[in-house]
Ligand binder design. Sequence first.
Ligand SMILES: [Zn+2]
Length: 145
Amino acid sequence: MSKVENVYLVGVIPGPKEPSLTEPNNYIRPLINVFLFSWMRGHHFSRSASNETLARIVRSAIAIVVNDLPGACCLAQMASHMSHHICTICLLYGKEKLGDKNYHSWQKLNNHMMRASAMKWRDATNENGRKDIFDNYGVRWSELW
Ligand SMILES: [Zn+2]
């Protein structure tokens, strides 16, 4: 069960328009850096609310990010559910597959392949290369990767 004391509202991306395609990375990069530091080295607390003499190292991680579907695609830099990459979980491709109920044939996206594709997108040297990667895999670089 989630506890409100474990919920951490980092910020709200200002409007009035939603950020451009890769702009969310600019907002989450500083946050990722804080969590990366915390996970790798930990944060030292000289005391806690329940014990004023017991120092401890605390490590933090992002366990889950909660968004609506457009927000999730935006943060993860995945193709929109309105594109031919109709799902962020499986390899189902093409809007004509929207009525496909043969669930057992759907193959899960491979997380390692998606991360590798996102890294290729990040490291591509030109926009045509990035477009090819996005068209084929439906992913761009996100700081969450
Ligand atoms: Zn799916």
